[in-house]
Design a binder for this molecule. Structure first.
Ligand code: NAD
Length: 353
């Protein structure tokens, strides 16, 4: 049994689907169901006995303690977070509450549970904290990619709150001996991504005939990883990672935002040509840059590759094609997310959970 937090969100839900496709081991999924939590993504495992969904907050100490005592997980994987940089600029408070205070409360509950385990259970237990490359700050063109030794220089309320959570996790290992693992991953993309993030936003807006808003000059560079590759990396770290260590996860796919948008347009031109044969590129519209926008992130993933033998299965070309195809094949999922209808769906499908 594993306890996974925030697994109604983009990466957590992909992780649960992946996990249940590969393992018989049950999962308890604790998620607050903020605007970003969408149980419709998990519809295929709704009746699966191996998946138990609990709506709740990682900051609810009593609830987390009860779940740990009841289910006795051998591992906790913490995905739960406020995750959208733009939202953190406009309303940072939720980010502090969930990413900092929530992680602290989760750590306290896990520490109490772990301390109560018999020696064998104690030795086997793991807490894996999922974090981001944004904690390392911004790189200039030509700077070496982030290794695990790079100093923390978070620049947005989002990355600062994630950095604080990483430090707390580290401190609980050094101070209390809690068996933790931390992963810092680059930008994910793939199925079930909420359409406020760059790639799904571009696909959805393009199909709706709306402008494709690109911040500033569009030359901000990010490193992109297909979400299923992130999931396989997390499994690998859980299985073989050294306690207390940090693993950077990335796809060696540095791309400027504008190139991502152009690639999405080219794929749509091929897979869903417009009636008038014009390119979706004509919808690209440059907008005022995000305040404090980091210029470049790049992940050096050689440690996880060398020490744990992990490698991404997808290249950017194969992953982005799969992603565009997925969005074209799932207009209902997109429509429900955009209309908020998935919230009603949750009420009918998961009443009483
Ligand atoms: P997401 O916003 O799609 O999902 C977050 C989930 O957490 C949602 O289901 C939400 O309901 C839940 N949640 C929020 N606050 C909660 C709380 N207090 N208690 C319980 N559940 C709560 O985010 P995501 O993109 O899936 O990211 C998951 C994790 O991975 C985050 O920690 C994020 O920092 C990290 N990460 C994301 C990326 C990326 O590109 N998306 C890259 C690297 C790391």
């Amino acid at each position: 049994m594993i306890l996974v937090t925030g697994a109604a969100g983009f990466i957590g839900a992909n992780f649960v689907l992946d996990w249940l496709a590969q393992s018989q081991e049950p999962v308890v999924n604790l998620d607050k169901l903020t605007y970003a939590g969408n149980l419709e993504t998990l519809a295929s495992v709704q009746d699966d006995e191996r998946h138990t969904f609990v709506q709740g907050d990682i900051g609810d100490s009593a609830l987390v303690a009860r779940l740990l005592a009841e289910h006795q997980p051998r591992a906790v994987i913490n995905f739960a977070a406020e995750s959208h940089v733009d939202r953190s600029i406009h309303s940072p408070e939720d980010f502090i509450q969930t990413n900092v205070v929530g992680t602290f409360r989760l750590l306290e509950a896990v520490r109490a549970y772990w301390s109560s385990l018999p020696a064998e259970g104690k030795a086997a237990f793991r807490l894996l904290h999922v974090s981001t490359d944004e904690v390392y700050g911004s790189l200039a063109a030509g700077d070496a990619a982030f290794t695990e030794q790079h100093r923390y220089e978070p620049n947005s309320p989002y990355s600062a709150s994630k950095a604080a959570s990483d430090h707390l996790v580290r401190a609980y290992h050094h101070t209390y001996g809690l068996p933790v693992l931390t992963t810092n991953c680059s930008n994910n993309y793939g199925p079930y991504h909420f359409p406020e993030k760059l790639i799904p936003l571009m696909i959805v807006n393009a199909l709706a005939g709306k402008p494709l808003p690109v911040y500033g000059d569009g030359m901000q560079v990010r490193d992109w990883l297909y979400v299923k590759d992130h999931c396989s990396a997390i499994r690998r770290v859980l299985d073989a990672g050294k306690l207390g260590e940090v693993y950077n996860i990335g796809g060696w796919n540095e791309k400027p935002n504008i190139e991502i948008v152009q690639t999405v347009c080219a794929l749509l031109d091929e897979l869903r040509p417009k009636a008038d044969s014009s390119s979706y590129r004509t919808q690209i519209s440059y907008v005022k840059d995000r305040p404090g926008h980091d210029r470049r992130y790049a992940i050096d993933a050689s440690k996880i590759e060398r020490e744990l033998g992990w490698k991404p299965a997808e290249t950017f070309d194969t992953g982005i094609r799969k992603t565009v195809q997925w969005y074209l094949a799932h207009p209902e999922w997109v429509a429900n997310v955009q209309s908020g209808a998935y919230r009603d769906w949750v009420q009918t499908q998961y009443a009483g959970t």
